[in-house]
Write a protein that binds this ligand. Structure first.
Ligand SMILES: Nc1ncnc2c1ncn2[C@@H]1O[C@H](COP(=O)(O)OP(=O)(O)OP(=O)(O)O)[C@@H](O)[C@H]1O
Ligand SMILES: O=c1ccn([C@@H]2O[C@H](COP(=O)(O)O)[C@@H](O)[C@H]2O)c(=O)[nH]1
Length: 238
């Protein structure tokens, strides 16, 4: 059997990437392909925890949220991640995997609450744990939730799966002359204000010495290549 480079990872899945080519929402073929990528890695025996963003749903409600109280809008964003988490867990079930959704916001009729020892138990049992509702607090992002949960569960790496294939000198969707880093330190990413992740997430991972690898979820086989130790995307390190 091929040997994985990591025992436990925190995978941050982009909510926006779930839209595929649609304007918002969840594209069926896209979620099935993402889950197939996750399955490939789970079959290597890697313990997998996942945080998923909410941009695909939040984008759809954003015009109506204009002028809203920030904290209220943020709670709506967190609820969007719960919807994505449920969809992801169900798509995993359909592909024969066992996933548990744990929410940072109490909605016990829908999903169980986040309890760290329980999450660790699920991971040790080989179940995939999906952390929903971000950090449970407004004014944060799911990237910060990934840094936080990754630190709490003792993940060896945070894998940020997004629509771009790494960290660039500027947003590659806005600046065609931007160049990709194969690796960059946390301090440099923060001081250069690189917007691929928020500074809170970078700072938390830096302080916990938890590396981040940013890669494209659209690129076939990228997740498996990273887990097998190949150099893919951008490594953000101490
Ligand atoms: N320096 C940069 N390098 C790479 N991408 C960048 C950079 N600056 C900005 N970006 C943008 O950041 C985006 C990825 O981060 P973003 O938080 O927006 O998405 P996500 O976390 O993947 O989505 P979601 O919030 O739905 O989970 C990229 O699509 C890219 O356009
Ligand atoms: O800890 C958190 C996480 C998220 N939010 C809100 O949810 C949306 C969607 O998350 P993304 O990371 O952008 O995908 C985010 O814009 C926040 O409004 C939050 O408040 N706290």
């Amino acid at each position: 059997m091929t040997q994985a480079a990591y025992k436990r990872v925190l995978l941050k899945l982009s909510g926006e990437a779930l839209m595929g080519d649609d304007a918002y929402g969840i594209n069926r073929a896209t979620i099935e392909r993402m889950v197939a990528d996750v399955k490939e890695v789970a079959q290597l025996g890697v313990e997998l925890a996942i945080v998923i963003g909410g941009g695909n749903i939040f984008r759809g409600v954003a015009p109506g949220a204009q002028g809203m109280d920030r904290a209220t809008a943020d709670y709506m964003g967190m609820l969007a991640t719960v919807m994505n988490s449920l969809a992801l867990a169900d798509a995993m079930r359909q592909q024969g995997m066992t996933a548990r959704v744990m929410s940072a916001i109490s909605i016990e009729q829908v999903v169980e609450p986040y309890v760290r020892p329980k999450a660790l138990q699920y991971l040790e049992e080989g179940k995939i744990v999906i952390f929903a509702a971000g950090t449970g607090n407004p004014f944060f992002t799911t990237d910060t939730a990934a840094a936080l949960r990754g630190s709490e569960i003792g993940a060896q790496v945070v894998l940020k799966a997004t629509k771009v294939d790494g960290v660039y000198s500027a947003d590659p969707n806005k600046d065609p002359s931007a160049t990709r880093y194969s690796s960059i330190s946390f301090d440099e990413a923060i001081s250069r204000h690189l917007q691929v992740m928020d500074a809170t997430a970078f700072a938390l991972c830096r302080d916990q010495k938890l590396p981040i690898r940013v890669f494209s979820i659209v690129k076939p086989g990228a997740l498996a290549r990273i887990v097998l130790g190949e150099d893919e995307g951008t490594l953000v390190h101490v």
